[in-house]
Structure formats: structure tokens, C-alpha cells
Design a protein around this ligand. Structure first.
Ligand code: FES
Length: 119
């Protein structure tokens, strides 16, 4: 509302722009941010299984943050790393050829729960 009033635009116009671009957020993100790429290459190579594994393990839904504010989960479309699909971004770092196990392990370490497994 503040932005709309400042720009002398209808709130619906500002909301439309803010929700069109995936990097604009309407709520403050958590301490750690996971972004799953749901572009075509990532989708056909299994990003959906990774997203479901994250949702299950950390009891979080896409577009939301955990109640403690430690973790947020978002989705986007192609991030330009199709050759490494499926791609997940964790705190700004692109994880290519991601699997549910590698992503869950990285996030567990970030949250301080479990030490990284040897690769
Ligand atoms: S579709 Fe995911 S990086 Fe291009």
C-alpha cells in the first residue's frame, strides 16, 4: 500500500508487478533460503522429488518460511543452469545435478542438525 501511494498507482498494479517477478518477496525471507528451479529442464530431471523431500523433512511449504524463521522455500523458473539440472539454489549458491539426499544433507548442515556426510 505504501509503495502504491508513493507511486500514485493502484495497489493492484503494484501487487501484480511484485508477484510476477519471483525475486520480489511480499514477506521477509528466513535466515536460509532455498529456491527450487521449476523450469522445464529441472522439472523433467526430477526437481519435484527434491522439493517434496524438502517440504516433508522440514515441514515447510513453497512460498513459506518455518515458524522459527530459519528456513524459507521458494520456487522460480529457469535460472540459466539447465545443463546442471535439476538445480536448487541454497543461500545464493547453485547446486547442480541435485538429488534429494545432497540437498537435504546441505540444509541439515546449515540448520546445525547433522554433520555433512562424506562424498
Ligand atoms: S530449467 Fe532449471 S536451470 Fe534451466
Amino acid at each position: 500500500m505504501y509503495v502504491a501511494q508513493s507511486l500514485n498507482l493502484p495497489p493492484s498494479h503494484v501487487f501484480g508487478v511484485a508477484t510476477f517477478y519471483s525475486f520480489f518477496k511480499l514477506k521477509a525471507p528466513g535466515e536460509h533460503v532455498i529456491i527450487g528451479c521449476l523450469g522445464t529442464a529441472c522439472y523433467v530431471r526430477g526437481v519435484e522429488q527434491i522439493m517434496r523431500a524438502i517440504e516433508r523433512e522440514f515441514n515447510i511449504k513453497r512460498g513459506e518460511s518455518t515458524p522459527d524463521g530459519k528456513l524459507s522455500l521458494f520456487v522460480t523458473r529457469c535460472i540459466g543452469a539447465c545443463a546442471m539440472a535439476p538445480s536448487i539454489v541454497i543461500d545464493g549458491e547453485v547446486i547442480g545435478k541435485a538429488t534429494p539426499e545432497t540437498v537435504l544433507n546441505r540444509v541439515r548442515v546449515l540448520l546445525g542438525g547433522v554433520k555433512a556426510e562424506a562424498r
